[in-house]
Design a protein around this ligand. Structure first.
Ligand SMILES: Nc1ncnc2c1ncn2[C@@H]1O[C@H](COP(=O)(O)OP(=O)(O)OP(=O)(O)O)[C@@H](O)[C@H]1O
Ligand SMILES: [Mg+2]
Length: 248
């Protein structure tokens, strides 16, 4: 009888977000090669947080791409640097090819499988330009609006996520969701959320006339995580997640 050997594989590698409090909630960072969503209310910090994660990866020598669909690459960069004036080396990282910001303008509905295949192949082409290990996709909300119905939207997102998985890309995909969905990992318009390995939820909370931002990890496959809801602060030197256990 042949002896069966069980290969338990190497421990998972993680991509640090570069944000101490968030890394702490994620037990070290986002599992490499995983497909993740940052969902949340409008203005809750999805674009800035995902920008910073890509910027931090690039600073540590990991090539990253930010694909913007919501706005032009220039507008995204200009606003991110106006929010984070401390990120003085962002342009240098772009010149070195460590941080790529690319835009895609989508005007027409996705009517055929060919148009979806073309769209995804263009993303993969963009990612290969600097051999990116991390892709930030901002945001899925436009794609939903351009899909004929939720079934075709789900099919498209599934195909996109599978394509990223097949090339071992770690992705962070943003999407605006209404505040009512609470702690559920359910994403409006998607029939099936199991395609995403991780879901981070951001929200706005009005307190004493000011808006506070909150973050919580609501799903993380392959890893433990802390599910507490934690304040997220946008400062000139970047996002701070004030997790009690983390040293800032
Ligand atoms: N240039 C800036 N300077 C200072 N604060 C900013 C700047 N841009 C955005 N902010 C603050 O950061 C918060 C988060 O902005 P961000 O664009 O990341 O939100 P979002 O979740 O992507 O919103 P949307 O759903 O509208 O795309 C905003 O509510 C705003 O308070
Ligand atoms: Mg945004």
């Amino acid at each position: 009888m042949a002896k069966i050997t069980v290969d338990l594989g190497a421990p998972i590698k993680r991509l640090s977000t570069g944000i101490a409090g968030l890394d702490d909630m994620l037990y070290g960072g986002i599992p490499e090669g995983s497909q993740n969503m940052i969902i949340g209310d409008s203005g809750s910090g999805k674009t800035l947080l995902s920008f910073q994660i890509a910027y931090n990866a690039a600073r540590s020598g990991i090539p990253a791409t930010i694909l913007t669909i919501d706005q032009t690459a220039n507008d995204l960069l200009r606003n991110a640097l106006s929010a984070f004036p401390g990120f003085t080396d962002a342009k240098e990282l772009m010149d070195k090819g460590l941080l790529n910001i690319v835009e895609m303008e989508l005007l027409e509905e996705f009517k055929s499988r060919e148009s979806i295949t073309y769209f995804i192949s263009e993303i993969v082409k963009g990612v290969r330009m600097n051999d990116s290990k991390l892709l930030v996709f901002d945001s899925l909300s436009v794609l939903r609006a351009l899909s004929a119905d939720d079934r075709s939207f789900t099919r498209m997102v599934n195909y996109m996520v599978e394509s990223f998985h097949n090339i071992d890309l770690t992705s962070i995909i943003t999407m605006e969701v209404p505040p009512t969905s609470g702690d559920s990992a359910k994403i409006p318009g998607l029939y099936e959320e199991s395609m995403f390995d991780g879901v981070i939820r951001l929200s706005n909370m009005k307190r004493a006339g000011a808006t506070e931002h909150l973050t919580s990890v609501i799903k993380l496959r392959f890893s433990k995580y802390k599910s507490s809801t934690t304040p997220l602060e946008i400062t000139p030197n970047g996002v701070i997640v004030r997790n009690r256990q983390a040293s800032l």
